[in-house]
Each structure stands twice: as structure tokens, then as C-alpha cells.
Design a protein around this ligand. Sequence first.
Ligand code: ADP
Ligand code: G3P
Length: 491
Amino acid sequence: MSYLLALDQGTTSSRSILFNQAGQVVASAQQTFQLNTPKTAWVEQDANEIWQSQLNTIKEVIQKAAIQAHEIRAIGIANQRETTIVWNKKTGQAIAPAIVWQDRRTSAFCQQLKDKGHESHIQHITGLMIDPYFSATKLAWILDNTPHARTLADSNELAFGTVDSWLIWNLSKGCHVTDVSNASRTMLMDIHTQQWSTPLLNLFKIPQNILPSIVASGQEITHTNKDLFGAKIPVFAAIGDQQAALFGHDCQQAGMAKNTYGTGCFMLLNTGNQVIKSTHKLLSTVAWQKTGQMTQFALEGSVFMAGAIVQWLRDNLGFIKESHEVEQLASQVKDSDGVILVPAFTGLGAPYWEPNALASISGLSRGTQKAHIARAALESIAFQVADVLHAMQQDAPVPLTELRVDGGASANNLLMQFQADILGVPVLRPTLTETTAFGAVKMAGLSCGFFNESDFSSMWQLDRCFEPQMSEDERQTRLKSWKNAIQRVIA
Ligand SMILES: Nc1ncnc2c1ncn2[C@@H]1O[C@H](COP(=O)(O)OP(=O)(O)O)[C@@H](O)[C@H]1O
Ligand SMILES: O=P(O)(O)OC[C@H](O)CO
């Protein structure tokens, strides 16, 4: 049995990636799928499409590599987090569209919770800020707005899960679990005990019987149903995709951080076995739990729009045909000529948490060209990351000496250089950009004995280091203009 299979179920696509014992990619398959926005602030996916696209890529990767399912020692799952699915346990069908992490339909409910003074005790129990981002208010919305949902829940016919649960249920045909890192994103789990919180279940009126059991990120969880691939493949890991990337970068020591530039941007700082309570509007989250070991935690800054801004330039403004063309467009000008884009298209996440903020482009003149806007768009990704890092350094004042990066937009050299410049910290991009998938297979490989901890440090290889080149004066001036633009959208 010579392979490990990573399932990387992201916001824009499902991927299956087969790794060998040296941690190298042997074959991969990817299928993109639809994100639906039926109303302003609503973002949905078809839960069945999430499953089918993942299933198709598993079959495709097995075929591409010309192997048999029994040669796969274990599966490790990494998934988009918070996205909320409720399904009927008898039929296996979702009773409503999956509500995606970016969906803001529950902002008014969140505001009511804040007005009623729940903010500090919810932060104390879960480590999270009240925001529509997390699963709790999305789940309450589905139960309250789907015909017969509460009656079905009362008769024990419903199951709730984030995407890890949904994939595991479908792969195994009936195992209902979630891993502790995903559970920490629901706003229903007590981060200190890593159990569902009864006071929060009562507050959100969530019946206990619809919840999955919480398991470690790395353990023998279940196996695939034999009918799917002709052999039972054990599932040895499930972990939220951002935590998987932290593990994939081998950021296993407290003080190490990574940033992933995908649809959104997610910076995680390992805080060891301590839950650090943020006083600067960051999230305390579970990093992972390995079999029989203490849970590891992280501080996180979640930025909602990163690569998605490039998609907006592509799909809404028609500036480019493919995302990667943005680098060439932005390189046509030496700077943004004073144009600043604040990408609050789905409100602002960390460290502002302003669900109702609207995006803006300022500093336009008669001379403004597409290239200036494209450059401002890329710079806005880096500015948001700088805001998160500044908050993080105040919460956990260990100076960051380097930032490890991954995700689709980390391929953009202009963006990475500007990121190093605006942070004043070297940015390190590894050769293996599939860091999320790699984190999932590392966790699975460790749990099933395919890998040892000592294998990991040599598996992370540097592709390129972007050293800061901007002067301190210019950095401060640029950051000040950005802060002013932010103030205008949240005022
Ligand atoms: N060269 C590039 N420059 C900037 N953004 C890019 C580039 N290539 C891809 N992207 C953006 O990265 C995102 C895809 O990255 P990926 O890590 O696959 O995302 P996810 O896991 O969220 O689905 C898309 O939003 C895309 O617009
Ligand atoms: O699908 P990604 O990679 O953009 O990640 C989404 C995050 O997990 C949302 O919290």
C-alpha cells in the first residue's frame, strides 16, 4: 500500500491529490463547481454537487494514476470550513442548499446577539467573534426557514455537519462525525473542553441530536463504503483547510505562522497548547488534535476577499480572462497612482468585523487606467494581511521572522513582493503549493504510521523568498492611506 489520498474540498473546487511515501504528488484531479448568490448577501452551494464533484475527482485520480483503491493506505480530508449543511438521515439528501461561509444573511441576527450583550461570553466559550461567518446562525436559519425542519429534527431524522462531516457521511454511508478543528468554527463548541456547549445550543435553539460526534483531526475515523471504489479505504484524518495548511507548512512550533491566499486569506499563528484570547478581534481556534495528544491551538485572522477580488476583476469588470493575467496587467504601471480599493464586498472580516461595510475604490483621476485598479486590487490583499498581522503581534507579541505562504494567489510574484514590502517581513513560498492537501495527508500518514514526524521538516522545500525592499517611511505612508480608506467604509 504505497499511497495516501488528500481530498481538498475548497470554496471554488474539489480536488483529489495522490501522494507517495516521499510526500510527492503522483496524480491530481480537480473539478470546479457553482457558487450561487440567489439574493444580495446570500452565498449557497448545492450540497450534492459538493459531494459529486469530490467523488468524481477521487475516481479520476485513481484512474489517472492507474492504481487500485486497495493501494491507498489512507484518506486525509481538508475542507472549506463553516459552510453549513443539514441533511435527512434516511434519504441522505440535503434539506436545503449549503450555506457557504461567505453568506451574510444572518447579519441582523448577529447584531441582535451583540445588542443583547452576548459578545463577550460567546468569545469566552468559543474563541470566536459574533459574525454570520460561523455555522451557528446559519444552522439556526436553516432550521427556522426550511419547511418541517424542526419537526424532522424532533423525530431524530436530521443531521447537521460542516463539509468534513458531509463528505465522511457520504464516503462511509452513515458515519456522522466532525473533527475538532472544524467543530471549533461552528460557534457551538466550547474551545476549552472541545465539547458541544449546552448554553450555546440553548441560545441558538439547536437540538443536540442533529450534531455530529467530535473526533480528533488525526485518528482512524471510518472507511469508505466498499461499493464506492471497490475496496474499503480508511479515513485517517479530517481537518479544516486553513489548519491543514498550517500543518502542511510544518508550522508545528508556537510562534510559526502561515498565510493562505485562496478565495479569502487566512493567517494562522500556532499558539501551542494554549488558547490565547485575542484582545484585537482575532479568532482563537483549534489548530489540530493528533491521536492521543494534547490539542494544539492557533490565533487566526480571516480575510473574506483575496483571490476573489481577482475573480471580480475578471468576471464582473472583464479586465482579464484568467486570474493569473492580473499580474501582467498590474505590472504595466509602477504603482496604483493613489488608487485604493477596499474590498468589503462581503463586509470586512478580521480585524474589523463589519458585516455591513461596502467596498470602495478611491483616488480615481482622469489618468486612472485598468492597470492602476488591478494593482490597487492586488495591494488590497496585502494591506488586509498587514492589518491582521499587526493585530496578531499585539495579541501574541513574538516578532514574526518569516511568513510562509500558499494558495492560488501566492503564485503572483508582484503580490508576494508587495506583501513582503508592506509587512517588512520575508515571505517564503514553498515548491509544493498544494500545502492544504499536503497537510491533510501528513495528518493521515502520521495517524496510520505511513509517516513519522521526523519525515516532515525535509518535505518542506523553499521555492522563493521575497525579501522586503520598501523603506520604512514609504511603508508607513502607504499604511496610513490604507487606514484612511478603511475608516471611510466603516464610518
Ligand atoms: N496569479 C494569480 N494572481 C492572483 N490571484 C490568483 C492567481 N491565480 C489564482 N488566483 C486566485 O486564487 C483563487 C484560487 O485559489 P485557491 O487556492 O484554488 O482557492 P480556494 O481554495 O479558495 O478555492 C481564486 O480566487 C483566483 O482568482
Ligand atoms: O476554500 P478556501 O480555501 O477559500 O477556504 C475557506 C475557509 O476555510 C473559510 O473559513
